[in-house]
Design a protein around this ligand. Structure first.
Ligand code: 26Q
Length: 820
């Protein structure tokens, strides 16, 4: 459904006009940066016209909609994705050709909005793409961080963090909506005042921060619909300025401004380690309060003033507990501003909110100290305490006399506020993000909650948008798919399964292999240009790209590379299919061990590079600053996808799905969505190894794992461990990696040795890696397996995921359904 109006002529004329009216140059004289902007503005012009239509339709039919609240939205660059979703890519390509604009080069002028850490933020972005493409009314809400996730540089083999000032040149895609500005109140105290014969709480002495929204339009595929992603930006109110300005106290004026505006200054770079920082709490309330105020205002504008009907028209999904303060915030609004009874307010919340959990790691469950909570959000604290009382009373009915159990489930206990407990008790649905993860939530993390309301807990397996991760990132494979199975898969990714029929077609497999090689060359060119690194496209590309974390076990991967290096060094006759191990990912700045693992990777890379014979068979590359943009180049080039977390620790993983869809074979544990990948693709087309989640939890509960025994009994492992401390890796500083040595073999006071079982799974990993190299040598066999991975990846489309959320939780109707 290409809009006839937006043909090549329209595009050319609009680019020309945008270039002139915005920059004062005809396109022929514009700089490349101006050309990019004129082009992007043109795409946006088309989108905004469609947005007007789309919004008009939604409002006319009074559609029910979902708000997806997330502290992170890792959307990636938008130019080519938007042209693609407008189904107008060819017209834009032609227009650019005519005007002498190099489209590919243009893209590099677009800064990537780094508004997320990793999987959770990227999932939110895939969900907006799918919601919109499925014509479902939705709005994403997050914070407009001035500084996104830090940019990573590798200097002397170590991570150095640089600020990501992505807004500096302005954000082409956003539209400021100053009239939707709301006030968010912090600090102060609560007084009881009498009003019309009733005593009611009043929040006084607070300080105000303005929340100013910026909307980024999200285009559905085939221009199905245009939804919005709303980014809230913090601004100090003028009042602060006026007062201090008149007093001439400019320093204080600036200090107070900063105190307010710092809220949207920077994204916290820690994923899953909750440090209880007050600024983070303020960010969470800022997002929650601004969004809830908007939701109420929008509801009243469209559906009238009876807020008891809110759940009829609005579903709110909270992405992990980070936006969970929106629950007591809605309570506050209903109680204090709309005179709701306590019961009615609770009832509205439970029918409106749902909560997605993304982790089983205990240290990641969010808790706030009562002290900072009470000081920062006094009225919200009162509400949370009152909720706690109501809920504990209810729990008492289920578990009479079981104080410990109730304290464990309470929202406020032992001087802490437990956000996950709040979410479980106050949401209508709680979901995990893969089958295995949901089972762990039910059996373990949320066991007691599950016992009292079993129907509320289930899993919805994550997905990824094939539009960005296949159509946009891998145009060569997409073209081959069109040729082989037609275009149906573009609208219905489950149709990728049509490819199964071609899995034994030699000519097709030949082309499939050719596409992979071209993508490997594309990556090699990128690395040469950006890092001066030469990579041989003939070698196996084995890739582990994700945040650096102990449980993800980059450490086990690099220890195995050391093992291969030793074999080459020890045996002059040893040969193997040349292999390049790629690593990409950021370490949280305060996560010392993750940074040391990163450093180990770069030092092993250097060690191998120094060895003439080893470097002919083996190479390690660390891809700097892993982000959405370079993931789009990296993933289509991979032969092997490393998904090697300790079983039971990775909630789902979504990188695993992107690699699979692009025809990489997974080397993985039975963890997260790997379990379902195995079911879809079949055991013959995946390389599984290691302990199962059950075995892992058995080991933990028995407490009898001794990494030291493996060290003693396996000479190859022992050798590698000793190389960590004998100066092999970094001669001038032989003790550099002794922390890791100690960690793996002896452990620390409160932690067992090798807590993520790298040594325990090492032998199994080594065996599967050898099998991979062996299988790869048989190119016909390998390509067949690779093609089957693409063929079976349709299930992992986020369109399927969103379909499930919608059927089980949101119950939205596609906009066309209203118009029938
Ligand atoms: C919490 C408190 C304070 C500061 C930061 C945080 C924080 C921030 C980000 C905690 C966690 C995150 C991110 C978590 C995350 O990305 N989890 C991943 O979510 C994916 C999508 O569901 C899953 O596929 C991954 O398995 C899971 O690790």
């Amino acid at each position: 459904m290409t809009q006839m109006k937006y043909d090549k002529q329209w595009i050319c004329a609009t680019i020309e006009r945008n270039c002139m009216t915005n920059f004062g140059y005809p396109i022929a004289q514009a700089t490349d940066a101006q050309k990019y902007r004129a082009l992007a503005l043109t795409v946006k012009d088309q989108i905004m016209e469609l947005f007007a239509l789309s919004r008009g339709r939604r409002e006319q039919v009074k559609a029910r909609k979902v708000y997806y609240l997330s502290m992170e939205f890792l959307i990636g660059r938008l130019l080519s994705n938007n042209m693609l979703n407008l189904n107008n890519l060819e017209q834009y390509q032609q227009a650019c050709g005519e005007l002498g604009i190099d489209l590919a080069a243009s893209e590099d002028f677009e800064p990537e909005p780094g508004l997320g850490n990793g999987g959770l933020g990227r999932l939110a972005a895939c969900f907006m793409d799918s919601l919109t493409s499925l014509s479902l009314p939705a709005m994403g809400c997050t914070i407009r961080y001035e500084l996104g996730l830090f940019r990573q540089k590798i200097v002397d083999g170590q991570q150095v963090e640089m600020p990501d000032n992505w807004l500096i040149g302005g954000n082409i895609w956003e539209v400021c909506v100053p009239e939707d500005t709301v006030e968010v109140h912090f600090y102060g105290r609560v007084e009881q005042v009498e009003e019309n014969g009733r005593v009611r709480p009043r929040h006084v002495g607070y300080s105000t921060v303005l929340a100013v929204p910026y909307d980024v339009p999200v285009v559905g595929y085939g221009a199905a619909q245009v939804n919005r992603l709303r980014l809230w930006s913090a601004k100090a109110p003028e009042a602060i300025d006026m007062r201090l300005f008149n007093e001439g106290d400019y320093t204080r004026m600036m200090d107070e401004r900063d105190l307010a505006e710092v809220i949207s200054k920077v994204l916290y770079p820690e994923d899953r380690h909750n440090q209880g920082k007050e600024l983070r709490l303020r960010q969470q309330y800022f997002l929650s309060s601004a969004t809830m105020q908007y939701i109420i205002a929008d509801f009243r504008r469209n559906y009238g003033d009876d807020l008891h009907r809110l759940p009829d028209y609005v579903a709110i999904q909270i992405n992990d507990t980070h936006p969970a303060l929106s629950i007591p915030e809605l309570m506050r609004i209903l109680l204090d501003d709309y005179d709701f009874s306590w019961e009615d307010a609770m009832d509205v919340c439970k029918r409106t909110f749902s909560y997605t959990n993304h982790t089983v790691l205990a240290e990641a469950l969010e808790r706030w100290g009562v002290d900072i909570f009470k000081t920062t959000l006094p009225r919200i604290y009162e509400i949370v305490c009152a909720l706690n009382e109501t809920l504990c009373r209810k729990l008492w009915n289920y578990f009479p006399g079981q104080w410990d159990r109730i304290a464990h489930m309470a929202v406020v206990a032992y001087d802490q506020v437990h956000m996950a407990n709040l979410c479980c008790l106050m949401s209508g649905a709680v979901n995990g993000v893969s089958k295995l993860h949901a089972e762990i939530l039910k059996k373990d993390t949320f066991r007691d909650f599950y016992l009292i309301e079993p129907e509320k807990y289930f899993g919805i397996t994550n997905g990824i948008t094939h539009r960005r991760w296949l159509m946009d990132a891998n145009p060569a494979l997409s073209a081959l798919l069109d040729e082989t199975i037609g275009q149906a898969w573009r609208r219905d990714p489950q149709r990728l399964s049509d490819l199964t029929a071609h899995a034994d077609d030699k000519a097709f497999l030949e082309q499939f292999r050719r596409v992979k090689t071209d993508n490997k060359i594309r990556l090699s060119n990128y690395l040469l240009a950006h890092q001066g690194e030469m990579v041989d496209p003939e070698s196996i590309y084995d890739v582990q790209a994700k945040r650096i974390h102990e449980y993800k076990r980059q450490l086990m991967n690099i220890l195995h590379v050391m093992y291969l290096y030793n074999r080459i060094c020890d045996d002059a006759n040893f040969t193997m299919t040349p292999k390049t191990y790629f690593f990409g990912g950021k370490a949280a700045p305060g996560y010392v061990r993750a940074k040391l693992i990163l450093q180990l990777i770069t030092h092993v890379a250097a060690l191998i590079a120094r060895h003439p014979r080893a470097s002919r068979m083996l190479k390690v590359v660390f891809l700097e600053n892993y982000c959405v943009s370079n993931a789009e180049i990296l993933i289509p080039a991979a032969d092997v996808s490393e998904q090697i977390s300790t079983a039971g620790k990775e909630a789902s993983g979504t990188g695993n799905m992107k690699f699979m869809m692009n025809g990489a074979l997974t080397c993985g544990t039975l963890d997260g969505a790997n379990v379902e990948i195995t079911q879809c693709v079949g055991r013959n087309n995946i390389y599984l190894f290691g302990l199962t989640a059950e075995e892992v939890s058995g080991i933990y509960s028995h407490g009898n794992y001794r990494a030291g025994e493996i060290f003693e009994s396996d000479p190859a492992i022992r050798r590698i461990m000793e190389q960590l401390i004998d100066g092999t890796l970094c001669p001038p500083e032989s003790k550099l990696f002794s922390e890791l040595y100690h960690y793996l073999i002896f452990g620390y006071q409160h932690q067992i040795a090798d807590p993520y079982l790298c040594l325990r799974d090492f032998d199994s990993y080594r065996t599967i890696q050898a099998k991979i190299s062996q299988d790869y040598a048989n190119q016909a066999l390998w390509s067949r397996k690779a093609a089957l991975n693409t063929a079976c990846s349709g299930y992992f489309s986020s369109d399927r995921t969103i379909g499930e959320y919608n059927d089980r939780i949101w119950k939205l109707k596609p906009i066309e359904a209203y118009l029938k």
